[in-house]
Structure formats: C-alpha cells, structure tokens
Write a protein of this length. Structure first.
Length: 209
C-alpha cells in the first residue's frame, strides 16, 4: 500500500519527544508527519491522529475524548499511543471512535506496523479488548428486524471473517479470492446491513447471528 498521500498528526504536550517520533515515522513510512494541538478540529480523510497518553490519568483522558466531535467523524482516523496497560480507558476510547490502541511498552516496530494496518482500513486493538467492547455494546442493543436473508452465502462467510478481525488480504487468502473481490463483497455487505465500518459490521453480526 502506498502511504505517500497519508498524513500522521501527533497530539501531545511533549514537543521534543513527539518531534523526534514524527521524524522517525516520516523516515520509516514515507508519510507526512506533523504535530497538532488537538484531536478536535478539521482533518481530511487519509489523516491519522495519534493522541499521546503518557502520564495522563483516566479522568483527564476521558475529558479530552469528550471535549467535542472527534476529527475521525470527518474521515480521519484516530488512535491512542503510550497508553498504560491498566488505564481502564479502552472501551471509552473505542466508543469515542478510536481505531487503534498502542501501549507504552509497545516497540517502535509495533507502532509502525499498527499505523500501516490502520491506513489499510483495519483496527489495531487487542482482540480481547475488542471482544469485550463488542459484548458490552451487544448487551445494550435489542435485536433489529433487518432482513438477514439479503446476504448471500459468500457474503455471510466474508462477514464472519471480517467480524473476527481478518483483513481483506487474510479473507482473500482464506476464501481463495482476490482482494478486489473481497472489497466488493465488503461494500455490498455494508450496503445491505446499513453499516459504514468494520466495527459496526462486527456489532451487527454480534446482534443478529
């Protein structure tokens, strides 16, 4: 995947540290990387915002997440990094629109790999955390009367793999079809079940299957 037209914006108060990190990301991935004053505001699609959480307590992080509409709502992606393993904010971050969680003990290579995965349209969240979040959301919903018969057998198979966190390439390898065909199936699935993201699709299947 070509990342030349992608942009990473780092949000945090540790300017020197984040300037060094921005240069590292720029050199290794070839993306434009800059510092930003806030996770809120205008950001174009193809932008990933990284919120530096080092040293922040749970209450202050929740306050930052609730200050207003996230840039992710305009098409940008949003992730937390330097997150403490015991911060207890993971579900709140996902509910606010975060697509990725990077922890303070993650390596630099893990951060680079996660950024690449996020730009590919996937989530970068530990499966246990994502499963717990999906379960909590499922319990708060009552089943909707959508017509599940609208999905073909092949689309159901793609949806099942997608809900388990498989990427388009992994789905293609598993089903012996091209990535382009997988994207077509995903588009048709989203249209039929009226969702706009992989997380919403996973929530849908948790409620109806």
């Amino acid at each position: 995947m070509n990342l030349i037209e992608k942009t990473v914006r780092i949000v945090g108060t540790r300017r020197l540290h984040n300037e060094i990190l921005a240069e590292f990301i720029r050199c290794r991935l070839g993306v434009e990387c800059q510092l930003a004053p806030s996770i809120h505001g205008d950001s174009l699609p193809g932008t990933l915002l990284l919120l530096d959480c080092l040293g922040a307590d749970r209450e202050s992080l929740i306050c930052r997440l609730r200050q207003g509409p996230l840039s992710g709502s305009s098409g940008a992606l949003f992730a937390l990094f330097n997150l403490g393993r015991n911060s207890g904010i993971e579900k709140e971050a996902l509910a606010a629109g975060a697509r990725g969680l990077f922890f303070e003990d993650d390596s630099a290579e893990t951060l680079l790999k996660g950024i690449f995965v996020l730009f590919a349209g996937e989530f970068w969240v530990p499966r246990r955390i994502l499963s717990e979040y999906l379960l909590s959301r499922t319990l708060s919903f009552s089943p909707a009367p959508e017509d599940t018969t609208a999905l073909t057998r092949r689309e159901r198979e793609v949806l099942g793999l997608l809900a388990n966190g498989a990427s388009n390439d992994q789905i293609g390898c598993r089903m012996c079809i091209s990535t382009c065909t997988v994207k077509t199936h995903v588009y048709n699935i989203f249209r039929k079940i009226h969702v706009s993201s992989r997380l919403e699709a996973a929530l849908w299947i948790a409620r109806h299957v």
